[in-house]
Design a protein around this ligand. Structure first.
Ligand code: GCO
Ligand code: MG
Length: 402
């Protein structure tokens, strides 16, 4: 079998999504997600100008060699743009291989290790009461694991909070939205929020919270310690993670479980975190981590260190990435949890898929390949619109981490 062509589609069916379709001489096609929120066109150019010309004529079954060709074979390597582009190709090739063999993808990754995949949802509110109520609404929908975010008293905008009854979507058109962040206000408020949620809903629900990279290690250590009575499933991205050694300090002071990695794009970003058991859950996912080939290796590396997976699953990861993640989650032993932020109905229409949600779990289905299609005609009615993620500043104007 030979690859004959590859096309990149950029569409905005309620949000920007970049999709790669790879064609073969056997008539089997594969799909890959290449979306990098707020930087979409950089990945498009990387694919069209630099990778696709080298892809034509290759054997789609050689997933390992093709991955190494684009990663190891490149002098300038790593980084989110490069790795999202390589991921799109890798996933499309796995899709082709599984379709050609007439098997659901998970069968090629180790077969079934579980029947269903536990997911967590996002509950949020502009204040404590709203957030507490929203947790209840999600429990009613069947979720057994809930991430809670809330507006912070004294701050106008906070990460993860929906406005005007709409679903939360951080990227907006126009120039980047400027938000103000205060660590002091956040640290004073957060334990009250999570203590309240735990009191209202009891012990049976898994509770999660995303700090979104905004604390220093010692601040994160304080927060983790104060949250210990709440028995969180995890505290996510407590600090920016360029400095892996920073986690030693957090770990020394708290037993609150830690999750990190949605912005990672290489195993080297988390080698210390894993081998020194400084985290409990690794969140690097298929699209930003370079594809199924490296994510599978990462999961296997993490297994003996008691680190489980908790892949990123926000709406900027298309249904192709969700399906790929579910296949990996189904096959590996050290699966922990999967993030589930439902896509808009229009996105689900553009990407008809076999996976489904029931009573707090996702089910992957048995269709050959990934089990996702792409409705090109429908997508073409929604052209790309430039959008940016917000930026954050401290109250005195100093640039900060969003
Ligand atoms: C999460 C993430 C997202 C990111 C978003 C950026 O835990 O789901 O933090 O909400 O902010 O994916 O594009
Ligand atoms: Mg996050």
């Amino acid at each position: 079998m030979k690859i004959t062509d590859a096309k990149v589609f950029v569409a905005s069916p309620s949000r920007n999504l970049v999709t790669l379709k790879v064609f073969t001489d056997a008539g089997v096609n594969g799909l890959g997600d290449a979306t990098l929120n707020g930087r979409e066109q950089a990945v498009v150019a990387y694919l069209q100008e630099h990778l696709i010309p080298c892809l034509i004529g290759r054997d789609p079954f050689q997933t390992e060699d093709t991955w190494q060709y684009f990663y190891r074979g490149a002098y300038w390597r790593r980084g989110p743009v490069t790795m999202a582009a390589i991921a799109a190709i890798d996933v499309a090739l796995w899709d082709i291989k599984a379709k050609a063999l007439d098997l659901p993808l998970y069968q090629l990754l180790g077969g079934k290790s579980r029947d269903r995949v536990l997911v967590y949802c996002h509950a949020n509110g502009t204040d404590l009461e709203e957030a507490v109520d929203d947790v209840g609404r999600h429990i009613e929908q069947g979720y057994r694991a809930v991430r809670v975010q809330s507006g912070i008293p004294g701050l106008e905008a906070a990460y993860g909070i929906a406005k005007d009854g709409r679903k939360y979507e951080p990227a907006t058109e126009g120039l980047p939205q400027e938000t103000v962040w205060s660590t002091e206000k956040y640290l004073r408020y957060l334990p009250k929020l999570l203590t309240r949620v735990r009191d209202v809903y009891g012990d049976a629900i898994a509770l999660l919270h995303d700090v979104h990279h905004r604390l220093t290690p010692i601040e994160a250590a304080r927060l983790g310690r104060e949250l210990e009575p709440c028995h969180l499933f995890w505290l996510e991205d407590p600090v920016t993670a360029e400095l892996q050694e920073g986690f030693r300090l957090i770990r020394k002071h708290t037993v609150t479980p830690l999750a990190v990695g949605e912005v990672f794009n290489s195993v080297y970003d988390c080698l210390t975190l894993i081998t020194e058991q400084l985290i409990d859950y690794i969140r690097m996912t298929v699209v930003h981590g370079g594809g199924i080939t490296p994510i599978l290796k990462l999961a296997h590396l993490a297994e003996p260190y008691h680190v489980r997976t908790g892949f990123h699953g926000a709406t900027d990861l298309s249904p192709i990435t969700m399906a790929a993640a579910l296949h990996v989650n189904t096959a590996i032993n050290n699966f922990g949890i999967q993030e589930h932020m439902p896509h808009a109905a229009l996105v689900d229409e553009v990407f008809p898929h076999e996976y489904s949600f029931r009573a707090g779990d996702m089910y992957i289905g048995e269709k050959p390949g990934l089990g996702v299609d792409y409705n090109e005609e429908l997508a073409s009615r929604y052209p790309y619109r430039r959008a940016y993620l917000p930026v954050a500043r401290k109250p005195d104007g100093t640039m900060f981490d969003w």
